[in-house]
Design a protein. Sequence first.
Length: 83
Amino acid sequence: MDGKSFAKFAKDSNLIDKNLTAADVDLIFAKVKVNKSERRIIFNEFKHAIDLISTKKGIEFDHLAAFIVDTNHGPVLKATKVD
């Protein structure tokens, strides 16, 4: 998952609020990357990022993971409709 996809995931999952900003999401993404030259993170890094988000929001990891699974129904597509 690249940084743009991770930011979209956080926004679509309603994780961004007053306790977790879009800038925080970008910083967390950069922090969890093991290989700093890579543009993507792997699943273990993703789990670490979710752990950091749960700490930042003051929620237990298991509760946040359950919230993400319950509320996330795939990417939210936003486009104009044609006539």
